[in-house]
Design a protein around this ligand. Structure first.
Ligand code: NAD
Ligand code: DAU
Length: 360
Protein backbone atom coordinates (compact mmCIF):
# COMPACT_ATOMS: atom_id res chain seq x y z
CA UNK A 1 0.00 0.00 0.00
CA UNK A 2 0.94 3.66 -0.21
CA UNK A 3 0.77 6.41 2.41
CA UNK A 4 -0.54 9.76 1.16
CA UNK A 5 -0.39 12.89 3.32
CA UNK A 6 -2.78 15.80 2.72
CA UNK A 7 -5.14 13.54 0.80
CA UNK A 8 -8.23 15.50 1.83
CA UNK A 9 -7.05 18.70 0.14
CA UNK A 10 -7.48 19.79 -3.45
CA UNK A 11 -4.72 17.88 -5.25
CA UNK A 12 -4.42 15.11 -2.65
CA UNK A 13 -8.11 14.16 -2.89
CA UNK A 14 -7.98 14.21 -6.69
CA UNK A 15 -4.91 11.98 -6.46
CA UNK A 16 -6.51 9.46 -4.06
CA UNK A 17 -9.70 9.27 -6.15
CA UNK A 18 -7.67 8.84 -9.34
CA UNK A 19 -5.37 6.24 -7.76
CA UNK A 20 -8.20 4.02 -6.57
CA UNK A 21 -10.04 4.42 -9.88
CA UNK A 22 -7.19 2.66 -11.64
CA UNK A 23 -5.59 0.44 -9.00
CA UNK A 24 -6.64 -1.72 -6.09
CA UNK A 25 -3.54 -0.85 -4.09
CA UNK A 26 -4.82 0.57 -0.78
CA UNK A 27 -4.13 4.12 0.38
CA UNK A 28 -3.51 5.28 3.94
CA UNK A 29 -4.53 8.93 3.93
CA UNK A 30 -3.02 11.04 6.74
CA UNK A 31 -4.55 14.50 6.91
CA UNK A 32 -4.89 17.04 9.71
CA UNK A 33 -8.13 18.40 8.22
CA UNK A 34 -7.19 22.06 8.40
CA UNK A 35 -9.63 24.55 6.86
CA UNK A 36 -8.40 23.24 3.46
CA UNK A 37 -8.98 19.56 4.16
CA UNK A 38 -12.44 18.20 3.44
CA UNK A 39 -13.58 14.60 3.81
CA UNK A 40 -16.51 15.50 1.58
CA UNK A 41 -14.04 15.38 -1.32
CA UNK A 42 -13.63 11.65 -0.58
CA UNK A 43 -17.32 10.87 -0.13
CA UNK A 44 -17.16 8.36 -2.99
CA UNK A 45 -14.71 6.28 -0.90
CA UNK A 46 -16.72 6.34 2.33
CA UNK A 47 -17.39 2.59 2.27
CA UNK A 48 -14.29 1.58 0.34
CA UNK A 49 -11.94 -0.66 2.36
CA UNK A 50 -9.05 0.32 0.08
CA UNK A 51 -9.06 3.82 1.64
CA UNK A 52 -7.99 4.20 5.27
CA UNK A 53 -8.35 7.75 6.55
CA UNK A 54 -6.31 8.88 9.57
CA UNK A 55 -6.87 12.34 11.01
CA UNK A 56 -3.45 13.52 12.15
CA UNK A 57 -0.54 15.88 11.74
CA UNK A 58 2.61 15.17 9.71
CA UNK A 59 4.51 17.03 12.46
CA UNK A 60 3.61 14.16 14.83
CA UNK A 61 6.61 11.91 14.22
CA UNK A 62 5.39 9.23 16.64
CA UNK A 63 2.04 8.99 14.90
CA UNK A 64 3.76 8.69 11.51
CA UNK A 65 6.21 6.07 12.85
CA UNK A 66 3.26 4.06 14.20
CA UNK A 67 1.45 4.20 10.86
CA UNK A 68 4.57 3.08 9.01
CA UNK A 69 5.09 0.17 11.42
CA UNK A 70 1.44 -0.85 11.18
CA UNK A 71 0.82 -0.53 7.44
CA UNK A 72 4.32 -0.99 5.96
CA UNK A 73 3.75 1.19 2.86
CA UNK A 74 6.01 0.80 -0.17
CA UNK A 75 5.86 4.55 -0.80
CA UNK A 76 5.01 7.85 0.88
CA UNK A 77 3.59 10.74 -1.13
CA UNK A 78 3.73 14.07 0.68
CA UNK A 79 0.98 16.45 -0.42
CA UNK A 80 0.31 17.92 3.05
CA UNK A 81 1.10 21.61 3.21
CA UNK A 82 -0.19 25.06 3.91
CA UNK A 83 -0.65 26.09 0.31
CA UNK A 84 -2.10 29.60 -0.06
CA UNK A 85 0.38 32.42 -0.75
CA UNK A 86 -1.89 35.19 0.59
CA UNK A 87 -2.40 33.32 3.87
CA UNK A 88 1.40 32.95 4.17
CA UNK A 89 1.69 36.73 3.92
CA UNK A 90 -0.89 37.29 6.68
CA UNK A 91 0.43 34.49 8.90
CA UNK A 92 3.65 32.70 7.93
CA UNK A 93 4.05 30.65 11.12
CA UNK A 94 1.81 27.73 10.15
CA UNK A 95 3.68 27.50 6.84
CA UNK A 96 7.02 26.98 8.56
CA UNK A 97 5.49 24.55 11.05
CA UNK A 98 3.77 22.29 8.51
CA UNK A 99 5.85 22.74 5.39
CA UNK A 100 9.30 22.74 7.02
CA UNK A 101 8.97 21.02 10.41
CA UNK A 102 6.27 18.68 9.12
CA UNK A 103 8.34 17.53 6.14
CA UNK A 104 11.31 17.10 8.48
CA UNK A 105 9.27 14.96 10.90
CA UNK A 106 7.98 12.86 8.01
CA UNK A 107 11.52 12.38 6.68
CA UNK A 108 12.82 11.38 10.09
CA UNK A 109 10.09 8.80 10.65
CA UNK A 110 10.60 7.53 7.10
CA UNK A 111 14.37 7.26 7.47
CA UNK A 112 14.01 5.07 10.59
CA UNK A 113 11.37 2.87 8.93
CA UNK A 114 13.27 2.57 5.66
CA UNK A 115 16.57 1.67 7.40
CA UNK A 116 14.97 -1.48 8.83
CA UNK A 117 13.41 -2.74 5.59
CA UNK A 118 14.74 -5.85 3.87
CA UNK A 119 17.15 -5.03 1.02
CA UNK A 120 14.64 -5.56 -1.82
CA UNK A 121 11.96 -3.46 -0.08
CA UNK A 122 14.54 -0.81 0.70
CA UNK A 123 15.53 -0.54 -2.95
CA UNK A 124 11.90 -0.40 -4.12
CA UNK A 125 10.78 2.17 -1.51
CA UNK A 126 10.04 5.77 -2.62
CA UNK A 127 9.43 9.06 -0.80
CA UNK A 128 7.74 11.40 -3.27
CA UNK A 129 7.57 15.05 -2.27
CA UNK A 130 5.00 17.23 -4.06
CA UNK A 131 6.37 20.73 -4.52
CA UNK A 132 5.82 23.85 -6.53
CA UNK A 133 7.31 25.99 -9.30
CA UNK A 134 7.18 28.96 -6.89
CA UNK A 135 10.50 27.85 -5.35
CA UNK A 136 12.22 29.20 -8.48
CA UNK A 137 10.99 32.76 -7.90
CA UNK A 138 9.77 35.03 -10.66
CA UNK A 139 10.48 35.38 -14.40
CA UNK A 140 10.68 38.41 -16.69
CA UNK A 141 8.50 38.43 -19.81
CA UNK A 142 11.33 37.23 -22.06
CA UNK A 143 13.01 34.76 -19.67
CA UNK A 144 13.16 31.06 -20.51
CA UNK A 145 10.82 28.86 -18.42
CA UNK A 146 12.07 27.22 -15.21
CA UNK A 147 14.06 24.01 -15.67
CA UNK A 148 15.11 21.54 -12.97
CA UNK A 149 18.48 23.33 -12.77
CA UNK A 150 17.08 26.84 -12.28
CA UNK A 151 18.43 28.26 -9.00
CA UNK A 152 15.94 28.47 -6.12
CA UNK A 153 14.85 32.06 -5.35
CA UNK A 154 11.58 31.88 -3.36
CA UNK A 155 9.84 35.22 -2.73
CA UNK A 156 6.91 34.49 -0.38
CA UNK A 157 6.83 32.81 3.02
CA UNK A 158 4.90 29.99 1.30
CA UNK A 159 7.49 29.42 -1.41
CA UNK A 160 10.37 29.83 1.05
CA UNK A 161 8.86 27.12 3.26
CA UNK A 162 8.37 24.82 0.25
CA UNK A 163 11.96 25.50 -0.86
CA UNK A 164 13.21 24.57 2.62
CA UNK A 165 11.25 21.32 2.48
CA UNK A 166 12.65 20.53 -0.98
CA UNK A 167 16.18 21.06 0.37
CA UNK A 168 15.55 18.66 3.25
CA UNK A 169 14.25 16.02 0.85
CA UNK A 170 17.33 16.49 -1.35
CA UNK A 171 19.62 16.20 1.68
CA UNK A 172 18.00 12.93 2.80
CA UNK A 173 18.78 11.40 -0.57
CA UNK A 174 22.36 12.64 -0.68
CA UNK A 175 23.18 11.98 2.98
CA UNK A 176 21.22 8.84 3.83
CA UNK A 177 20.44 7.41 0.41
CA UNK A 178 16.68 7.60 1.06
CA UNK A 179 15.10 7.06 -2.41
CA UNK A 180 13.37 10.42 -2.80
CA UNK A 181 11.60 12.00 -5.76
CA UNK A 182 10.49 15.64 -5.98
CA UNK A 183 7.97 17.16 -8.38
CA UNK A 184 7.76 20.93 -8.91
CA UNK A 185 4.43 21.75 -10.48
CA UNK A 186 2.77 24.87 -11.83
CA UNK A 187 -0.72 26.18 -10.93
CA UNK A 188 -3.37 23.46 -10.80
CA UNK A 189 -7.10 23.92 -11.33
CA UNK A 190 -10.11 21.60 -11.42
CA UNK A 191 -12.64 19.94 -9.08
CA UNK A 192 -12.37 20.43 -5.29
CA UNK A 193 -10.16 23.53 -5.65
CA UNK A 194 -10.69 25.58 -2.50
CA UNK A 195 -12.42 28.91 -3.31
CA UNK A 196 -9.66 31.07 -1.82
CA UNK A 197 -7.59 30.44 -4.98
CA UNK A 198 -8.12 32.53 -8.11
CA UNK A 199 -10.15 30.25 -10.40
CA UNK A 200 -12.66 28.82 -7.88
CA UNK A 201 -12.91 32.21 -6.10
CA UNK A 202 -13.88 33.91 -9.36
CA UNK A 203 -16.48 31.25 -10.18
CA UNK A 204 -17.99 31.42 -6.68
CA UNK A 205 -17.98 35.23 -6.51
CA UNK A 206 -19.45 35.53 -10.01
CA UNK A 207 -22.30 33.21 -9.12
CA UNK A 208 -22.91 35.02 -5.83
CA UNK A 209 -22.99 38.47 -7.51
CA UNK A 210 -19.81 39.62 -5.74
CA UNK A 211 -16.84 41.60 -7.12
CA UNK A 212 -14.20 39.60 -9.04
CA UNK A 213 -10.94 40.85 -7.47
CA UNK A 214 -7.90 41.21 -9.73
CA UNK A 215 -4.65 41.97 -7.91
CA UNK A 216 -2.89 45.00 -9.46
CA UNK A 217 -2.97 45.17 -13.25
CA UNK A 218 -3.86 41.48 -13.68
CA UNK A 219 -0.96 40.94 -16.07
CA UNK A 220 0.80 38.42 -13.81
CA UNK A 221 1.30 35.18 -15.69
CA UNK A 222 0.74 31.64 -14.39
CA UNK A 223 1.14 28.28 -16.19
CA UNK A 224 -2.13 26.38 -15.65
CA UNK A 225 -2.40 22.59 -15.43
CA UNK A 226 -5.57 20.56 -15.02
CA UNK A 227 -5.34 18.65 -11.74
CA UNK A 228 -5.85 15.15 -13.19
CA UNK A 229 -2.84 15.75 -15.44
CA UNK A 230 -0.77 16.62 -12.37
CA UNK A 231 -1.97 13.43 -10.65
CA UNK A 232 -1.00 11.36 -13.70
CA UNK A 233 2.46 12.96 -13.64
CA UNK A 234 2.88 12.03 -9.97
CA UNK A 235 1.86 8.42 -10.65
CA UNK A 236 4.37 8.27 -13.48
CA UNK A 237 7.20 9.74 -11.39
CA UNK A 238 6.42 7.29 -8.60
CA UNK A 239 6.50 4.43 -11.08
CA UNK A 240 9.58 5.30 -13.10
CA UNK A 241 11.29 8.41 -11.71
CA UNK A 242 14.96 8.10 -10.79
CA UNK A 243 15.65 8.42 -7.05
CA UNK A 244 17.26 11.71 -6.12
CA UNK A 245 15.84 13.46 -9.18
CA UNK A 246 13.42 16.37 -9.43
CA UNK A 247 10.83 16.70 -12.19
CA UNK A 248 9.13 19.90 -13.34
CA UNK A 249 5.45 19.45 -14.18
CA UNK A 250 3.54 22.08 -16.16
CA UNK A 251 0.77 22.61 -18.67
CA UNK A 252 2.60 24.63 -21.34
CA UNK A 253 -0.19 27.07 -20.78
CA UNK A 254 0.93 30.52 -19.72
CA UNK A 255 -1.85 33.02 -19.24
CA UNK A 256 -2.28 36.45 -17.64
CA UNK A 257 -4.72 36.49 -14.70
CA UNK A 258 -7.03 39.02 -16.33
CA UNK A 259 -7.33 36.79 -19.41
CA UNK A 260 -8.14 33.78 -17.20
CA UNK A 261 -10.88 35.76 -15.47
CA UNK A 262 -12.32 37.02 -18.76
CA UNK A 263 -12.42 33.44 -20.10
CA UNK A 264 -14.23 32.29 -16.93
CA UNK A 265 -16.76 35.10 -17.33
CA UNK A 266 -17.33 34.12 -20.97
CA UNK A 267 -18.02 30.47 -20.09
CA UNK A 268 -20.31 31.50 -17.23
CA UNK A 269 -22.16 33.93 -19.52
CA UNK A 270 -22.81 30.96 -21.81
CA UNK A 271 -23.63 28.27 -19.22
CA UNK A 272 -25.27 30.32 -16.44
CA UNK A 273 -26.22 33.70 -17.94
CA UNK A 274 -27.17 36.58 -15.66
CA UNK A 275 -30.57 38.20 -16.04
CA UNK A 276 -28.82 41.23 -17.54
CA UNK A 277 -25.24 42.03 -18.54
CA UNK A 278 -22.06 39.98 -18.37
CA UNK A 279 -20.08 38.63 -15.42
CA UNK A 280 -17.22 40.76 -16.78
CA UNK A 281 -19.04 43.77 -15.28
CA UNK A 282 -18.18 42.39 -11.81
CA UNK A 283 -14.38 42.64 -12.37
CA UNK A 284 -12.58 45.07 -10.05
CA UNK A 285 -8.89 45.78 -9.63
CA UNK A 286 -7.73 45.66 -6.01
CA UNK A 287 -4.42 46.39 -4.30
CA UNK A 288 -1.68 44.01 -5.39
CA UNK A 289 -0.30 41.06 -3.40
CA UNK A 290 2.92 42.16 -1.61
CA UNK A 291 5.97 40.68 -3.35
CA UNK A 292 3.72 39.34 -6.13
CA UNK A 293 5.70 37.12 -8.53
CA UNK A 294 5.16 38.44 -12.05
CA UNK A 295 5.50 35.29 -14.11
CA UNK A 296 5.88 31.53 -13.69
CA UNK A 297 6.52 29.18 -16.58
CA UNK A 298 7.57 25.54 -16.48
CA UNK A 299 9.80 23.75 -18.93
CA UNK A 300 8.34 20.24 -18.67
CA UNK A 301 10.59 18.59 -21.26
CA UNK A 302 12.50 16.40 -18.78
CA UNK A 303 9.43 14.50 -17.55
CA UNK A 304 8.23 14.12 -21.13
CA UNK A 305 11.61 12.94 -22.42
CA UNK A 306 12.46 10.59 -19.55
CA UNK A 307 9.05 9.36 -18.42
CA UNK A 308 6.80 9.99 -21.40
CA UNK A 309 4.35 12.21 -19.49
CA UNK A 310 2.60 15.17 -21.02
CA UNK A 311 -0.73 16.84 -20.23
CA UNK A 312 -3.90 15.51 -21.80
CA UNK A 313 -6.13 18.53 -21.21
CA UNK A 314 -5.76 21.86 -22.98
CA UNK A 315 -6.74 24.98 -21.06
CA UNK A 316 -9.90 25.21 -23.17
CA UNK A 317 -11.08 21.69 -22.29
CA UNK A 318 -9.93 21.83 -18.68
CA UNK A 319 -11.42 25.19 -17.80
CA UNK A 320 -14.80 24.28 -19.29
CA UNK A 321 -14.89 21.02 -17.30
CA UNK A 322 -13.97 23.00 -14.21
CA UNK A 323 -16.76 25.56 -14.61
CA UNK A 324 -19.25 22.75 -15.30
CA UNK A 325 -18.08 20.94 -12.15
CA UNK A 326 -18.59 24.06 -10.00
CA UNK A 327 -22.01 24.71 -11.51
CA UNK A 328 -22.99 21.15 -10.59
CA UNK A 329 -21.49 21.36 -7.08
CA UNK A 330 -22.99 24.48 -5.54
CA UNK A 331 -23.52 22.53 -2.32
CA UNK A 332 -19.79 21.68 -2.07
CA UNK A 333 -18.92 25.38 -2.44
CA UNK A 334 -21.47 26.37 0.20
CA UNK A 335 -20.13 23.70 2.59
CA UNK A 336 -16.53 24.90 2.42
CA UNK A 337 -17.55 28.54 2.77
CA UNK A 338 -17.50 28.12 6.53
CA UNK A 339 -16.95 30.63 9.32
CA UNK A 340 -13.20 30.40 8.83
CA UNK A 341 -13.58 31.10 5.13
CA UNK A 342 -15.68 34.19 5.76
CA UNK A 343 -13.13 35.50 8.25
CA UNK A 344 -10.41 34.93 5.62
CA UNK A 345 -12.30 36.92 2.97
CA UNK A 346 -12.55 39.79 5.43
CA UNK A 347 -8.82 39.61 6.29
CA UNK A 348 -7.67 39.46 2.68
CA UNK A 349 -10.04 41.78 0.86
CA UNK A 350 -11.55 44.36 3.24
CA UNK A 351 -8.46 46.59 3.43
CA UNK A 352 -7.63 46.64 -0.28
CA UNK A 353 -8.54 49.74 -2.35
CA UNK A 354 -10.52 48.66 -5.37
CA UNK A 355 -11.56 50.19 -8.67
CA UNK A 356 -13.60 48.92 -11.61
CA UNK A 357 -11.93 47.39 -14.63
CA UNK A 358 -11.42 50.25 -17.17
CA UNK A 359 -14.11 50.19 -19.84
CA UNK A 360 -16.70 48.37 -17.72
P1 NAD B 1 -4.60 22.25 -0.09
O1 NAD B 1 -4.32 23.43 0.78
O2 NAD B 1 -5.83 22.21 -0.90
O3 NAD B 1 -4.55 20.92 0.78
C1 NAD B 1 -3.59 20.70 1.75
C2 NAD B 1 -4.03 19.49 2.57
O4 NAD B 1 -3.01 19.23 3.56
C3 NAD B 1 -5.33 19.71 3.35
O5 NAD B 1 -6.15 18.57 3.24
C4 NAD B 1 -4.88 19.91 4.78
O6 NAD B 1 -5.83 19.50 5.74
C5 NAD B 1 -3.63 19.06 4.82
N1 NAD B 1 -2.67 19.48 5.85
C6 NAD B 1 -2.25 20.74 6.11
N2 NAD B 1 -1.39 20.74 7.14
C7 NAD B 1 -1.25 19.43 7.53
C8 NAD B 1 -0.48 18.78 8.51
N3 NAD B 1 0.33 19.48 9.33
N4 NAD B 1 -0.57 17.44 8.64
C9 NAD B 1 -1.40 16.73 7.82
N5 NAD B 1 -2.15 17.31 6.88
C10 NAD B 1 -2.07 18.64 6.71
O7 NAD B 1 -3.31 22.14 -1.02
P2 NAD B 1 -3.19 21.66 -2.54
O8 NAD B 1 -3.46 22.80 -3.43
O9 NAD B 1 -3.95 20.40 -2.69
O10 NAD B 1 -1.63 21.36 -2.62
C11 NAD B 1 -1.13 20.05 -2.30
C12 NAD B 1 0.39 20.08 -2.44
O11 NAD B 1 0.74 20.43 -3.77
C13 NAD B 1 1.07 21.12 -1.55
O12 NAD B 1 2.26 20.58 -1.06
C14 NAD B 1 1.35 22.29 -2.47
O13 NAD B 1 2.48 23.01 -2.04
C15 NAD B 1 1.60 21.56 -3.78
N6 NAD B 1 1.29 22.29 -5.01
C16 NAD B 1 0.07 22.88 -5.18
C17 NAD B 1 -0.23 23.50 -6.40
C18 NAD B 1 -1.56 24.15 -6.65
O14 NAD B 1 -1.73 24.81 -7.69
N7 NAD B 1 -2.56 24.00 -5.78
C19 NAD B 1 0.73 23.54 -7.41
C20 NAD B 1 1.98 22.95 -7.18
C21 NAD B 1 2.24 22.30 -5.99
O1 DAU C 1 2.48 27.93 -8.93
C1 DAU C 1 2.01 26.91 -8.10
C2 DAU C 1 1.26 27.52 -6.95
O2 DAU C 1 0.02 27.96 -7.46
C3 DAU C 1 1.06 26.57 -5.78
O3 DAU C 1 2.31 26.22 -5.23
C4 DAU C 1 0.19 27.22 -4.69
O4 DAU C 1 -0.07 26.30 -3.65
C5 DAU C 1 -1.11 27.65 -5.33
O5 DAU C 1 -1.92 28.31 -4.38
C6 DAU C 1 -0.85 28.57 -6.52
O6 DAU C 1 -0.30 29.82 -6.09
P1 DAU C 1 -0.75 31.22 -6.74
O7 DAU C 1 -0.45 32.31 -5.80
O8 DAU C 1 -0.21 31.35 -8.13
O9 DAU C 1 -2.35 30.93 -6.89
P2 DAU C 1 -3.63 31.85 -6.56
O10 DAU C 1 -4.81 31.11 -7.09
O11 DAU C 1 -3.65 32.31 -5.16
O12 DAU C 1 -3.38 33.11 -7.49
C7 DAU C 1 -3.22 32.97 -8.90
C8 DAU C 1 -2.92 34.35 -9.45
O13 DAU C 1 -4.10 35.16 -9.31
C9 DAU C 1 -1.82 35.09 -8.70
O14 DAU C 1 -1.06 35.86 -9.62
C10 DAU C 1 -2.58 36.00 -7.74
C11 DAU C 1 -3.84 36.33 -8.52
N1 DAU C 1 -5.06 36.57 -7.69
C12 DAU C 1 -5.39 35.68 -6.72
C13 DAU C 1 -6.50 35.88 -5.92
C14 DAU C 1 -6.85 34.91 -4.82
C15 DAU C 1 -5.86 37.68 -7.95
O15 DAU C 1 -5.56 38.48 -8.87
N2 DAU C 1 -6.97 37.87 -7.17
C16 DAU C 1 -7.31 37.03 -6.15
O16 DAU C 1 -8.33 37.31 -5.45
Amino acid sequence: MILVTGGAGFIGSNFVLGWLAQSDEPVINLDKLTYAGNLGNLQALADDPRHVFVKGDICDEKLVAGLLAQYKPRAILNFAAESHVDRSIHGPRDFVITNVNGTFALLEATRAYWADLADADKAAFRFLHVSTDEVYGTLGAEDAPFTETTAYAPNSPYSASKAASDHLVRAYYHTYGLPTLTTNCSNNYGPYHFPEKLIPLIIANARQGKPLPIYGDGQQVRDWLYVSDHCAAIRRVLEAGRPGETYNVGGWNEMANLDVVRILCGILDELAPKAAGSYVDQIVHVADRPGHDRRYAIDARKIERELGWKPVETFETGIRKTVEWYLEHDAWVRDVQSGDYLRWLDTNYSNRDSQPEPGQ
